[in-house]
Design a binder for this molecule. Structure first.
Ligand code: ATR
Length: 276
C-alpha cells in the first residue's frame, strides 16, 4: 500500500484527500491519501517522521509551505523561485525532494479552461502580490508572457515580488488597477477578494477588449463577482477550482506512478464537496 497525504494546520478543510482519493479509485491503485495535522511548533520532527512511517510523499499546505522549503534536501526550480514547497517526495535514500506545483496548476487550468495549448498572447494583469500571485507570475514567465503588470494594495509587496522574480514585470498603482486595460489579454485575480466572506474585488472591466480572458484563483464561490461581471460582458472566464485540481497532478504521479487526468467527474465531485 502506497501512502501519501497532506500536511497542514489546521488541515480539516483540505480538499486534497477528495482529489487524490478520486484518482486512487479511478486508477485502482492500492494506496491511501490522508490528512496529517502537524502543529507549526513540531513541523520539522513531524515531517521527518513521515518519511520513517513509510510515506512516499505528501502535499504541504498553509501555514507550512515556507518552512517546508527550508527542510528539503533538493528542490525544483519553481520551489526555489517561490521559496515555498507544496509537494514533497521521499527519495529512495530517505532525502526529501520539494516541488512547487501551484504555478503549473494555474497554467494547466487556464489552458484546459480555454481549450488552447498556450496562454492568451499579450500583456497580463495580475492583481495581488501574496504567495498565490508569486506562483501565477512565475507561471506566466515560464509560459513566455511578454509583459506582466502587477497591482497590489500594498505597493512595496508588488515591488518586492517583481524584484525577486525578475522578468518583464511593471507595477500598476492600486488605485489605477483598472485604468489601462485596452491591450490587456488576461486579468488574474490573485487576492482573496471575492471569496465567500470577503468583499468583492472592485474592478471595472469597461476598458477591457472583448477577447480578453478573466480568471480568478478564488474558487469558493466558483463564480466570483469578478467572473460574473466578466461573463456578463461576454469575456471568456476560467474559475479557480481547476488550479487546485491540476496542481495535484505532479505529486500523484510521483507517489503513485500514474499520470492522472482532471476529468469532468472529478470536477463535479469537487464542486459537490464545496457545497455549491
Ligand atoms: P496568498 O498566499 O493566498 O496569496 P496572502 O499572501 O495573504 O495570501 O495574499 C493575499 C493577497 O490579497 C495580497 O495581495 C493582499 O494584498 P496586501 O499585500 O496589500 O495585503 C490581497 N488582499 C487581501 N485583502 C485585501 C483587501 N481588502 N483589499 C485589497 N487587497 C487585499
Amino acid at each position: 500500500m502506497i501512502r501519501a497525504g497532506v500536511v497542514g494546520w489546521p488541515v480539516g478543510h483540505s480538499l486534497s484527500p477528495k482529489l487524490h482519493g478520486y484518482w486512487l479509485e479511478k486508477y485502482s491503485i492500492d494506496g491511501e491519501y490522508v490528512k496529517i495535522p502537524v502543529d507549526p511548533g513540531d513541523f520539522e520532527a513531524g515531517i521527518r517522521a513521515l518519511a520513517g512511517r513509510g510515506f512516499s510523499g505528501f502535499n504541504v499546505t498553509v501555514p507550512h509551505k515556507e518552512a517546508a522549503f527550508g527542510l528539503m534536501d533538493e528542490v525544483d526550480s519553481a520551489a526555489k523561485r517561490l521559496r515555498a514547497v507544496n509537494t514533497v517526495t521521499v527519495r529512495p535514500d530517505g532525502g526529501l525532494h520539494g516541488a512547487n506545483t501551484d504555478g503549473f496548476g494555474f497554467a494547466e487550468n487556464l489552458k484546459a479552461g480555454l481549450g488552447r495549448p498556450a496562454l492568451p498572447e499579450g500583456p497580463a494583469l495580475v492583481i495581488g502580490a501574496g504567495g498565490a500571485a508569486r506562483a501565477v507570475v512565475g507561471a506566466l514567465m515560464d509560459e513566455g508572457a511578454d509583459h506582466i503588470r502587477l497591482a497590489n494594495r500594498t505597493a512595496e509587496r508588488a515591488e518586492r515580488l517583481a524584484a525577486e522574480l525578475g522578468g518583464p514585470i511593471s507595477i500598476v498603482d492600486w488605485d489605477r488597477r483598472d485604468g489601462e486595460l485596452a491591450d490587456v489579454a488576461l486579468v488574474v485575480n490573485c487576492t482573496s477578494l471575492g471569496m465567500a466572506g470577503s468583499p468583492p474585488l472592485e474592478f471595472s472591466l469597461s476598458g477591457l477588449a472583448p477577447d480578453a480572458v478573466v480568471t480568478d484563483i478564488v474558487y469558493a464561490p466558483l463564480e466570483t463577482p469578478l467572473l460574473a461581471a466578466a461573463r456578463a460582458r461576454g469575456h471568456r472566464t476560467v474559475d479557480g477550482l481547476g488550479m487546485l485540481l491540476h496542481q495535484g497532478r505532479p505529486g500523484f504521479e510521483r507517489w503513485f506512478g500514474v499520470a492522472p487526468e482532471v476529468d469532468g467527474r472529478l470536477r463535479a465531485r469537487m464542486v459537490e464537496a464545496l457545497g455549491q
